[in-house]
Ligand binder design. Structure first.
Ligand code: MN
Length: 355
């Protein structure tokens, strides 16, 4: 149990008008209890009330040995929500956005007096502001990412395939302490015009853009960075698009400071790309929060009317995607400080043509 974090969550519950909540996501449970449980289809639920009272409900297969929180286990032959249903209070109950509907509906059938509402905000708001240990973990994993991106760009050679380099990125991650392998986005030429193109057997050819969007958790905390380079030659249009994306990325990073809105940061980058004539080809939000999950609050989009606060960690990743031609994205992670932001990624953003 992390008492300081639980206290922040119960404070947020009061602000949100929630007397009781259920936390079920693996990462939120880990954040609050230090237990890492991947339940798959089975049930796990941490119950919290606004006074800080906690109960843990889970399948006995998880082997939970936590001593501080009252634990109620069930087996595969039991109704998994029965014990929880016997112990929650009537009225409003905040439910984690990731809790499976099969458990929620089961609970509603047993307890028609309980009114479930979306209840992720108290934990999300706490997780949004990183503490010292989290900031250090994010710095470490991004430092490894800087090294990996430099190595992989150095290995871009004649005949190389997207999926081959994606596998190599995973190998480099594992050699440097990553928790697992992941899907790495390596996109050559026109494939780069799809922001989420998943590396296939495409071979690099002269004149291609090559986008590397690489991300993995290391000691539970994610890194996530994108660099785009050009192979053998770069056209005037590619150069123009690259410099525009770079300026959008660097200007946004330079102007981030507490007190402005997250939507203002999106607008700074978007206005630069729009004024450069490519606004309709920047098809996604500027960024996303990052921490124990690769994508988590806060959202850095035009709809995010939330004030920037010290301790927030998020990506700044403008892109321009020209269907049938090429794509450019440049992404760094930043952590908001008292008067600006710390850019975690140091890998070069200078326009690079691989010979
Ligand atoms: Mn990202």
């Amino acid at each position: 149990m992390n008492k300081e974090r639980i206290a922040r969550v119960t404070e947020n519950m009061k602000k949100e008008g929630l007397e009781q909540i259920i936390v079920s996501s693996t990462t939120s449970l880990f954040y609050l209890t230090g237990l890492w449980i991947a339940p798959h289809e089975r049930m796990i639920a941490l119950y919290l009330d606004a006074d800080g009272k906690a109960m843990l409900f889970g399948n006995e297969i998880f082997g939970i040995t936590e001593q501080e929180i009252p634990l109620y286990t069930h087996t595969d032959s039991d109704n998994p929500v029965k014990q929880l249903a016997e112990r929650v209070k009537g009225g409003k109950l905040g439910i984690d956005k990731f809790w499976s509907s099969k458990f929620l509906i089961g609970l509603m059938e047993l307890r028609p007096d309980v009114k479930p509402v979306l209840g992720s905000a108290p934990v999300d708001l706490a997780r949004m502001i990183k503490d010292k240990a989290e900031i250090e973990a994010l710095r470490k994993s991004s430092a490894i990412n800087d090294m990996v991106v430099k190595t992989i760009i150095g290995e871009l050679k004649e005949g190389r395939r997207e999926n081959e380099l994606a596998a190599r990125v995973n190998q480099l991650y594992l050699e440097n302490g990553a928790d697992c392998e992941g899907t790495q986005l390596v996109c050559f030429g026109a494939n780069g015009a799809d922001p989420h193109h998943d590396g296939d057997s495409t071979v690099i050819k002269a004149g291609d853009s090559a986008t590397f969007d690489i991300f993995i958790p290391i000691n539970r905390y994610w890194c996530d960075m994108t660099r785009t380079v050009f192979f053998k030659e770069v056209s005037a249009k590619q150069r123009e698009v690259y410099e525009l994306v770079k300026r959008a990325n660097e200007t946004a990073e330079k102007l981030i400071k507490p007190g402005m809105l997250l939507s203002d940061i999106d607008k700074i980058a978007r206005d630069i790309i729009t004024e450069g004539g490519y606004g309709k080809y920047f098809t996604h939000r500027l960024g996303h929060g990052i921490g124990l999950d690769c994508h988590e609050p806060p959202d850095v989009s035009g709809a995010s009317n939330v004030a920037v606060q010290p301790g927030m960690a998020f990506s700044v990743e403008p892109g321009i995607y020209l269907p049938g031609e090429f794509g450019v994205r440049i992404e760094d992670l930043v952590i908001v400080t008292e008067d600006g932001c710390e850019v975690l990624n140091k890998a070069s953003k200078e326009l690079t043509v691989i010979e």
